[in-house]
Write a protein that binds this ligand. Sequence first.
Ligand code: SF4
Length: 213
Amino acid sequence: MSREFLPGGHEDAIIIEMSPEKDNKTEYSDNFPLATIIPRWIFALTEMGIASYFVFKFGFRSGLIFLVYGFVSVFVILPLTRCNRCFYYGKVCNFGLGKWASMFFPRSDDTVYSSAYGYTILLWPLRIIPLGLGLIPILGVIRFGLSVPSGEIGDMAGAVVSNLQLIPHGLFVIYLLVIFLHRKYYRSRSCSRCYHRSDCPVYDKNSILGTGD
Ligand code: SF4
């Protein structure tokens, strides 16, 4: 298989022949299968669904804005800041966005994958807002527990436990679990077969400092 675009901005290097099947150390995916992509979307939609619940509970208009911002983040911000510098531009990446990006956004002249990684800050509200809103009810329960008149540790803990509810407290734990499992999933099923793992800050934070492998 020939590659014309190399991660890390080395696309002006000679076109190299890579034969993943013959490479004993690493197997790469040129196009990821649906069996990898679908679970990623299930994780992402589950996370977004719970996150939206927290924001809608805060306010209907806020929830709508959050949903629109999530949509714009995935289908516009990501393609403009990552997909357009990615080996998988025009291909089926592990999230399936490479094809979408190539249909609607031009490839960047800047081929260093992590060069626009700082714009990830634009995606932070999608996590920070639901994390904050999900945490507030739990802090309320803990505060209630700390205020029991006896001041006994056992009474405080009992008050906290007896006031925990499946929704919203349990839902917040599930939300954290989904984020954790999603990360575990793509690190093992996607990153491990991705051409960008050597220059991707998600996989190797040193890559953004230029000290990665
Ligand atoms: S290394 Fe992982 S997070 Fe980074 S581009 Fe590849 S699949 Fe995505």
